[in-house]
Design a protein around this ligand. Structure first.
Ligand code: RP5
Length: 167
């Protein structure tokens, strides 16, 4: 688990266990690519529920703007955080050795109306980081420019592999 990046963290990466870090690390890497300061912590919904409630209630008062939350199995952390915070929450279903992550996915994605969690694909913490960047870019023209450059690089990479739209 890394130390928080320099500067006030804008994104909090939370996970239910340190065993989730090998999956969640890709979110931190994506944020680093866009120079978005983040912090990463283990806050288990089941093993440390009081700490989770405290974190969820206070995150927005500490300058956090987006929460990325990953968990596996009975993955209650993203949904519970979404119930506690006014911030956007992005959920990452962490695949464990049973059920291929379908349990994590369904635990995170099936939120009741009024308590949204933006759920990425099973194990795709990189997309969670990139989505957090886009959310922050909505109020940040310089970051928007970097997202546009990133998208152009994706297009160029696809075209370099021969992808074409036939005229
Ligand atoms: C979940 O239980 C965690 O998010 C993790 O994916 C899973 C297993 O945790 P450990 O037993 O490896 O600590 O709450």
């Amino acid at each position: 688990m890394p130390e928080p990046t320099a500067g006030r963290p804008r994104v909090a990466i939370l996970m239910g266990s340190d065993s989730d870090w090998p999956t969640m690390e890709a979110a931190a890497t994506a944020l680093e690519e866009f120079d978005v300061p983040c912090t990463a912590d283990v806050v288990s919904a089941h093993r440390m529920p009081e700490a989770m409630v405290r974190y969820g209630r206070e995150a927005h008062t500490r300058g956090i703007e987006v929460i990325i939350a990953g968990a596996g199995g009975a993955a209650h952390l993203p949904g519970m955080l979404a119930a506690l915070t006014p911030l956007p929450v992005i959920g990452v279903p962490v695949p464990l050795k049973h059920l291929d992550g379908m349990d994590s996915l369904l635990s995170i994605v099936q939120m009741p109306t009024g308590v949204p969690v933006a759920t990425v694909a099973i194990g795709n913490a990189r997309n969670a980081g990139l989505l957090a960047v886009r959310i922050l870019a909505a109020g940040d023209p310089a970051l928007t420019e970097r997202v546009l450059t990133f998208q152009d690089e994706l297009r160029q990479a696809a075209e370099a592999k021969g992808a074409r739209v036939r005229e």
